[in-house]
Design a protein around this ligand. Structure first.
Ligand code: ASP
Length: 332
């Protein structure tokens, strides 16, 4: 019989109401006890590194989860992480970089409604996560939620209330789940290696800056003391304002000259970036020191930049690490 390790971290799935708002109180084992359908599916072990609202999740928590997976890797056939939905996409992306090329599935799930809610989505999500983690054709990091499996670098929380909380951005769903049936997308490539590569460091000096009309480029100066990399969410396919009195070109090239990194992406969720199209983006298209986000999600860009910066500060090596696809994170 296969063995799965449940790594319970909290979230709505584990939450109960005490009059001060929902907060996680139930353990992973208590949650599993609420889902009789999983009895006999496999051997389950539980570990509870934290029990928090995922709003409070930190990069150090991602490292802790990766280290639990590393320690248990030889003993288990797969891992199911119970997690709040709000930052689940960031954790799924981070684990994709911290545990690369895992032949054993690492599945994240949670729910929009607490386990005790009569209309909860928790039971089905927990059950289908185990079904997916137990399937021989599953590998790598993924999110199983609302009847679908999504690649861990493409998940995005799109809805705050409904059971269909997550969307796969710029990549097809890996599978539909119907009860205990897994219907996989045809021809989807899945990386499999005998042994994954584990990493144990992230550089947290990374922030996301969303352009808005009128935002002053002086913000780059303000960010310098605390951050070494900015992920810039530009307009449309890659528009960055360049107008008298508001020169982003100067601010961005100065940021790069100070030894810092700029990752350029778009604030439009789907279809990605192309800096070569409009005059307002061209100056950045081939500039050394600028990393192009392609069609990656912002969540994956945050995690990949933290991972890559922890490996190297050499700009060429950084660009090489950044552009090399990991867990299907970029297709251009
Ligand atoms: N605030 C909760 C969390 O992310 C929301 C959820 O789990 O659905 O932990």
């Amino acid at each position: 019989m296969k063995r799965i390790l449940i790594i319970a971290t909290g979230g709505t799935i584990a939450s109960t109401a005490d009059g001060r708002g929902l907060s996680p109180t139930l353990t992973g084992r208590e949650l599993a006890e609420q889902v009789p359908l999983i009895d006999g599916l496999c051997e389950l072990d539980f570990v509870q590194p934290m029990n928090i609202d995922s709003t409070n999740m930190m990069p150090s928590d991602w490292l802790e989860m990766a280290s639990i997976i590393r320690e248990g890797y030889a003993s288990y056939d797969g891992f199911v992480i119970l997690h709040g939905t709000d930052t689940m996409a960031y954790t799924a992306a981070a684990l994709s970089y911290l545990v690369q090329g895992s032949a054993k599935p690492i599945v994240l799930t949670g729910s929009q409604q607490p386990m005790a809610n009569p209309f909860t989505d928790a039971k089905l999500n927990l059950y289908q996560s185990l079904v997916y983690a137990l399937d021989d054709a599953s590998s790598d990091v993924s999110v199983v939620f609302g009847g679908k499996a999504i690649c861990g670098t493409h998940a995005h929380k799109q809805r705050t209330m409904s059971a269909n909380a997550f969307t796969s951005i710029n990549f097809p769903d890996l599978a539909m789940l119907r009860g205990d049936r897994i219907i996989r997308g045809v021809g989807l490539p899945m990386a499999r290696t005998s042994e994954p590569a584990f990493f144990d460091a992230l550089d947290e000096r990374v922030c996301v800056l969303k352009l808005t009309p009128g935002l002053s480029p002086a913000i780059f100066e303000t960010l310098k003391p605390a951050y070494d990399a900015v992920i810039l969410e530009t307009f449309g396919i890659g528009g960055i304002p360049e107008r008298e009195g508001a020169s982003y070109e100067h601010a961005i090239f100065d940021w790069i000259d100070s030894g810092r990194t700029v990752v350029i992406t778009t604030q439009v969720p789907e279809e990605g970036l192309d800096l070569g199209i409009y005059e307002v983006g061209r100056a950045y298209a081939e500039h050394p020191g600028i990393l192009r986000g392609g069609d990656m999600t912002t969540e994956a860009l945050v995690a990949k930049t933290m991972w890559a910066l922890a490996q190297t500060r050499d700009p060429d090596e950084l660009a090489r690490l950044f552009m090399a696809p990991v867990n299907h994170d970029r297709t251009n």
